[in-house]
Design a protein around this ligand. Sequence first.
Ligand code: FES
Length: 116
Amino acid sequence: MLHKKEEASSVNVALCKGLACCLRGGDQLSKAVQNWMGIEPGEMTVDRYFYLKESACLFRCAEAPALKINDDVFGEVLPSKGVYFLQKVSDKKISDKSTQTFNGKNPYQVELDKND
Ligand code: FES
């Protein structure tokens, strides 16, 4: 069963908090993803595009750490690779905002900065 925020967002991202992933760099991946998105697990980006959650196990333990983006589960995801995947997912959305200048910053952080 999906959480209401999962249903409301376009892209659901799940961080694995299982033992294998924790032992093989899952915490570093989690920090990188959270930093890039500017949110914590259980939260949605201000534009409601991404929803981030934690999962007990994504069943790719042999390829830990794992990251799930919508229905796709990726294994051996280094922090930089996880951020790269998310950047690729957001590229289409960003291209829709081509008139905006992000000055190399994460567009979601830019939107958060505007609200300060
Ligand atoms: S512990 Fe992460 S995929 Fe199983």
